[in-house]
Design a protein. Structure first.
Lengths: 403, 372
């Protein structure tokens, strides 16, 4: 065990830091660019210099870095506020699925453009009738010559409106048990018959969408895995999703909370001198630090050839509620002004309210807190599933509700 | 960077676990709990023979000169088996105190005895209810010797000597005094605690012979440093205990049926167990950081130790409490072993300072790191 860099690691860190210092885009450079354009600019710059998706094979744009080098790179890049969230689904979820289940021609065609940020991908999994119970999805695919014809609806699709490609799970056989009748495809989001409608979120923003499919044709060559094997392929994506969404120290973290607690007063003394405030900050520090080192341990395991497993659910399960609690607590520290969401009237307005309003999404996206807890109990601790009313039934016989 | 134990350390863990499974089964814990002995002397002797008490003591003083990474592996397994022995007092506290502040002569006298298990040491700080401070100390050195009363002192009856924190003779802050406990000036009586598988005593000093350990007036800073180091080792015991309590709860839930199915299949129980797993995992990862900081004597030790300790207190207490809950009525009986974890988790949670104390230390260390 050694939390310090080896000589090689220190050299790698120095090289990464020097490159970042010279190349992170300035505010002036990004001025006037929207989120997508800014992210693409930065991603392309990294790609051209060999700093994109650094663990990937060189031929696909990576540098074949090891897991510890990935940790180092993440630490160094995190020192800057760089744009890039739009690539999480493509690079973090679609790409590993392509690597595991795709053919060499898929790799050659898609991985380099995923790494360079030229193409953005989205994930078409959830449906109105299939959220936590994802395998209950109903969008159907029927074989027609060399194509499949897709009809149905997806929901909660982040970034569908700016994505070039999507990964898609559909039902190819309703007459077998629900997990067995699924198949997995990817498709061009500009395909005829794809209609995207934004959903306004409780934050007021609209980053996710409903996606409707009307006789959308997908060539069979864009199937990943066998027909009927879609659930297993989807699990590859979901495992990587939980690792990709992770804890996320962004938004309101201990550093932010500490700064606010040092500035606001309780009974004419800085709030940070209050023992109840200190206790809360300490507990959140324990969580942040615990998640960081759990991530590092998992990197060490990966560097020894182990694949990321269900234990990665912990990042999201701890991180998302923590973010919500911390934003809520920081607003409490501001007392009656905690409600103000106007930067002209309150110095702290903005970050806290935006984080708080966005937090419920973090606790739901990519598997709710409750599903994450089930995964840990069942797949890490080996506890049995709840009895299922649909067990052994063909999908077409499964009862449905009104919501 | 490397965030795992070495193969050799993993081998040590396997050996330690196997050894304790054989020599410290639940019946051994129960025997001390039900009996009058302060500790399991036979188990202690075997632990000494394994060399565990000598782990980090340098070879020149009769030790094995191994690192703290080996010691934390042993600590975790002792916590897992709820071992009824004076290991923490003698190894994490007394041995550490001597290595940190002992004169060459004091080290030469005591470290070989500690390594060989021929002496047991302890550390005496508390003087009754409340958080000790330099100002609160009433134990004091004066011209006629050491006077005062320490309560509770872990392993106070089993120990041959204690490192006692008292007011300095010069009146300048606190100092450490090394006191041999088998003398006329010292009286000791058993104190009943919530975990009587571990012995505790009230120790009174009346003009007791005592020698300075470390500098006059340097005792309080030394105490905080010692507690930082011990906090990491206690945290590893707590993590071992938390893991054992979680596994006991899981196994019971798998075999216990209600309404026609294993209670382990109910989400109310699964989420409880998942919560234990999460707390244990965060605590363990923070303990890695603590172990590294302890082993390298890093400037980050105060922050790393407090972080490990706070997480481990929470994990152990939660797992122990919810393990009883998962067992239902049977968990509340004397007959079931759930009580071992329940008692020990709370004892360990206050032994070297409470959760509140360490939360405060954590934020202080965070502030100091930021200022640096």
């Amino acid at each position: 065990m050694d939390f310090n860099d080896t000589q090689e690691e220190a050299a790698f860190r120095a090289e990464a830091a020097a490159w970042l210092k010279a190349n992170v885009p300035s505010q002036e450079e990004l001025a006037g660019l929207d989120e997508i354009a800014a992210a693409k600019l930065w991603q392309k710059r990294k790609y051209d210099a060999g700093w994109a998706c650094i663990r990937w094979e060189k031929q696909f744009g990576g540098r074949e870095a090891n897991a510890i080098e990935q940790v180092i790179w993440n630490q160094e890049e995190a020192k800057y506020n760089t744009p890039g969230g739009v690539f999480v689904i493509g690079q973090g979820m679609a790409a590993p699925t392509l690597m595991t289940w795709g053919k060499p021609e898929h790799h050659e065609r898609f991985l380099p453009k995923l790494a360079s940020g030229e193409e953005i991908w989205c994930q078409l999994f959830s449906e109105p009738a299939g959220g936590s119970d994802l395998a209950a999805l109903r969008t159907k695919a029927e074989r027609d010559g060399d194509d499949w014809v897709i009809n149905g609806q997806k929901i909660w699709t982040s970034g569908a409106h700016y994505s070039d490609y999507g990964i898609l799970v559909v039902r190819t056989d309703p007459n077998v048990a629900k997990h067995k009748g699924l198949s997995y495809f990817f498709l061009d989001m500009k395909s005829p018959g794809v209609e995207i409608k934004p959903i306004k979120q409780l934050t007021g923003g609209a980053n996710f969408n409903e996606v409707y499919f009307t006789d959308v044709r997908i060539p069979d060559s864009q199937r990943l895995g066998e027909v009927g094997q879609g659930w297993q392929v989807a699990l590859t994506t979901l495992m990587n999703e939980r690792a990709a969404i992770g804890g996320g120290g962004a938004g309101v973290n201990v550093d932010v909370a500490y700064r606010i607690a040092s500035e606001v007063m309780i009974d004419d003394k800085p709030a940070i001198e209050d023992s109840a405030v200190r206790a809360k900050l300490a507990d959140w520090y324990v969580q942040e630090s615990g998640l960081r080192f759990t991530g590092y341990r998992s990197m060490t395991a990966m560097s020894r050839g182990e694949i990321p497993g269900p234990e990665n659910s912990i990042g999201k399960l701890v991180g998302a509620p923590k973010t919500q609690e911390m934003a809520s607590f920081c607003m409490d520290l501001l007392e009656m002004s905690g409600a103000i969401w106007d930067e002209n009237l309150s110095k702290e307005a903005g970050l806290l309210q935006l984080t708080y309003m966005g937090a419920p999404g973090g606790r739901i996206a990519g598997g709710t807190d409750e599903i994450m807890a089930n995964i840990i109990a069942e797949r890490v601790l080996g506890m049995p599933q709840e009895p299922r009313m649909d067990k052994g039934m063909s999908f077409s016989e499964v009862p449905t509700g009104s919501n | 960077m490397n965030f795992e134990f070495s193969d050799e350390q993993e081998l040590l863990r396997e050996q330690a676990r196997g050894f304790l499974a054989e020599h410290c089964p639940p019946t051994a814990v129960r025997a001390v709990l039900d009996g009058d002995a302060d500790y399991d002397a036979a188990l202690w002797q075997k632990i000494v023979e394994m060399g565990w008490t000598a782990t980090v003591i340098p070879e020149e003083f009769g030790g094995l000169g191994l690192s703290y990474l080996e010691l934390v592996v042993i600590a975790e397994e002792l916590g897992r088996s709820v071992a009824p022995v004076p290991f923490s007092s003698s190894v994490y506290l007394a041995t550490e105190a001597l290595m940190a502040c002992g004169s060459q002569e004091q080290k030469e006298k005591w470290l070989p005895l500690l390594a060989a298990g021929e002496a047991i040491g302890t550390f005496a700080l508390a003087e009754g209810n409340g958080r000790p401070s330099v100002k609160s100390l009433t134990t004091r050195m004066d011209g006629s010797g050491l006077n005062g009363r320490k309560l509770p002192v872990a392993d106070g009856r089993a120990a041959d000597f204690a490192v006692v924190v008292g007011s300095s003779q010069s009146g300048d802050g606190a100092s450490w005094y090394l006191v041999e406990l088998d003398q006329d000036g010292v009286s000791r009586e058993t104190v009943r605690t919530l975990d009587f598988s571990r012995g505790h005593a009230v120790v009174e000093f009346k003009n007791a012979n005592a020698e300075l350990l470390g500098g006059e007036g340097a005792g309080w800073a030394a105490t905080e440093r010692l507690l930082d180091r011990a906090a990491v080792l206690f945290a590893w015991e707590q993590v071992g205990l938390a893991d054992a309590a979680m596994i006991q709860a899981r196994d019971y839930a798998m075999g216990r049926y209600a309404f026609g199915r294993a209670i382990a299949s109910y989400q109310a129980i699964k989420h409880k167990l998942a919560n234990m797993y999460v707390k244990n995992t965060l605590a363990r990862s923070n303990c890695y950081y603590g172990a590294w900081a302890l082993n390298t004597d890093s400037a980050e030790l105060p922050l790393a130790a407090a972080t490990a300790r706070v997480g481990a207190i929470k994990a152990a207490v939660f797992a122990a409490e919810e393990n009883v809950q998962t067992h239902g009525g049977m968990g509340f009986t004397w007959e079931f072993d759930c009580q071992f974890y329940y008692r020990r988790a709370k004892l360990l949670g206050v032994n070297v300072g409470s959760e509140g104390y360490w939360q405060d230390r954590l934020v202080t260390a965070y502030e100091q790191n930021n200022a640096a």
